[in-house]
Design a protein around this ligand. Sequence first.
Ligand code: NAI
Length: 261
Amino acid sequence: MSQSQTLVITGVASGIGRETARLAVAAGHDVIGVDLHAPAEAFGRFIAADLGDPAAIAALVDALPSGIDALLNVAGVSGTLGAAKTLAINFYGLRMLSEAVAPKLKPGGAIVNVASIAGFGWRANLERTKGLVAASGFPDVAAVCTTWGVPDDLGYPVSKEALLLWTFRAAHQPRFKTRGIRVNAVSPGPVETPILGQFRAVLGDARVDSDISRVGRAGTSSDIAPAILFLASQQAAWINGANLAVDGGLEASVNAEVLGF
Ligand code: NAI
């Protein structure tokens, strides 16, 4: 068994976050779970917080102990709440939590952000992505969405584009880098969790089914959780600023289509 760690895991009430917490506890780690809703099963300590609300994030950080090995940012929403709320939870709240927790992370610790294949367009939309990431702290997210012309139906992919670009930047951000804190992302393809039903409503069945058929099946939370825990572990000590696709080959397929190989 790898060395026991203290892990803060967001999104523990459902899906990928719940499976990550379950696996972490089974591996002997101490888990501090965070979610809007209390999980049905207890995986160690739980703190309720709305990760789209800066005041709640500040209170959460106050409540967390020092000596955390890794922050696993799994919580997220599908985009049905509109662009401003989606970016507030999936990007600005996640970034605020990560930056505020940094002093409570052990030197050599890790942050793992759950992004998505939906963030694939960060390069194609680089100016907008840079602009969104340049809005520092926890901005007036509705105003930022207006400035960068983010419509409600693009809130989800745009939030993940920003998250990916920030992950690459954060690996070199002094607040993390000077203390040896690694920052990486995991990008799942479609995974059978409650959020997938919402993606079907937002994106349409055809798009989701096409993504699934490219790789033969949808993923499960147990396909994703081990990758998250690996990036949090010391076995990944030389992996920093990386985006690990865990999608059955979907990103490779999209790359082939977009780049024409
Ligand atoms: P899920 O809906 O099963 O779980 C999401 C969890 O986040 C829920 O427990 C929910 O209560 C929590 N959450 C939502 N808003 C919150 C808030 N404001 N504050 C605190 N907690 C909040 O979804 P799933 O699939 O487990 O999603 C986990 C992550 O994986 C998300 O970031 C999602 O974008 C990402 N992802 C999921 C994919 C999928 O097909 N399931 C595909 C690619 C990425």
